[in-house]
Design a protein around this ligand. Structure first.
Ligand SMILES: Cc1cn([C@H]2C[C@H](O)[C@@H](COP(=O)(O)OP(=O)(O)OP(=O)(O)O)O2)c(=O)[nH]c1=O
Length: 200
């Protein structure tokens, strides 16, 4: 089998590479909008499915036979609102002001697609953030780190200094809940463990 990671996210690439799984990257061009009011847990699954579908459509018959397309989408949820990646520095600052000193949820939807079937699900992690003053948050935005991250922070970077506690899978916050990916692989008779058919 040939794993195709339908993602342009360097974090997702690094997490999958950490397990030593061979894969190729094929970023999807899928539209990342969803109907307003969609619960974040549904939105991330919808978007992960859409990203997997977009890459699937680019494959020819022969490629589809041994392809495993893996896609994911991450959103931060607070007060019934879903926060994606910030548009600009002001937007990032507004998101960070809203999150600081409070608990929010991070959802990542995952979709795994093969010629036989498609499996999709989401993971949820709660993150409690420290209170930081505006000067700190502005300095953080100035590092540029928040710009391509859902909720405008990276738990794996300087954003770690904002975190007080988490409940749930850390890798979900970074953008790819590896345990869930393996569970979905398992439903398709595949594995992320070195016994997987991808090894052949
Ligand atoms: C909350 C959080 C998000 N993120 C990142 C993971 C994702 O890359 C990004 C959420 O944006 P996504 O839209 O899920 O993904 P993407 O546009 O970066 O990549 P693609 O659609 O091609 O797969 O936020 C972190 O790296 N650290 C964090 O702590």
């Amino acid at each position: 089998m040939r794993i195709l990671l339908a993602s342009g996210s360097p974090r997702r690439r690094e997490l999958l590479a950490m397990l030593g799984v061979p894969f190729v990257v094929k970023p999807s061009e899928a539209d990342e909008t969803f109907p307003p009011g969609t619960p974040p847990r549904d939105a991330v699954v919808l978007l992960a499915r859409r990203k997997a579908e977009a890459v699937w459509r680019t494959l020819d018959e022969a490629e589809r036979r041994d392809a495993v397309v893996l896609a994911a989408d991450t959103l931060v949820a607070i007060d019934q609102d879903a926060l994606g990646k910030p548009r600009d520095a002001d937007h990032a600052l507004a998101m960070l002001r809203r999150l600081q000193g409070r608990t929010h949820a991070v959802y990542t939807g995952v979709c795994v697609r093969t010629a036989e079937a498609e499996e999709a699900a989401y993971a949820k992690t709660e993150v409690r953030m420290r209170r930081r003053d505006d000067a700190w948050l502005r300095a953080y935005v100035a590092t540029g780190e928040p710009m391509d991250k859902a909720g405008a922070y990276a738990i794996q970077g300087y954003g770690s200094l904002l975190v007080e506690a988490i409940v749930g899978d850390y890798y979900n916050v970074v953008g790819l809940p590896l345990g869930l990916v393996d569970e979905l692989f398992g439903r398709l008779g595949l594995s992320l463990f070195p016994t997987g058919p991808w090894q052949a």
